[in-house]
Ligand binder design. Sequence first.
Ligand code: RB5
Length: 145
Amino acid sequence: MKIAVGSDHGGFVYKQLIIDFLRKIGQEIEDVGCYSTDSVDYPNQADKVCEKVHNGECERGILICGTGIGMSIAANRHDGIRAALCHEAFTARMSREHNNANVLCIGERVLGQEIALDVVGTWVETEFAGGRHQRRLDLMAETRS
Ligand code: RB5
């Protein structure tokens, strides 16, 4: 699976960690930056990842900032993006099974490294359950247009 990964300065260290982890488990990565801990604005980084998911270049996206909150707010403003801010594996799994989340948001200042990688691994490996959950996603798509 091709995954776009982006962060601001507050998520830069975990972005590198997450990219290494995902490559080790065989995922293809598009790194949209940032590329250092110099300050950048998270909405611009969210735009880069969401654009790649929306246009089909990448199947899913992962965004990391200090808390994950700014990234999730910014990502969910995009059409076709269902971004989930997850702090542990249970919500990561449910965000895939029930919500078909196509963008995962993580807070570097919130999670320890092992928990963050557990969240990412669970989220990447979990499939959407469909059925009644698809009907609910369709309802949200309708109310947006
Ligand atoms: C940057 O200091 C911080 O505000 C950002 O990474 C994020 O936590 C915003 O939601």
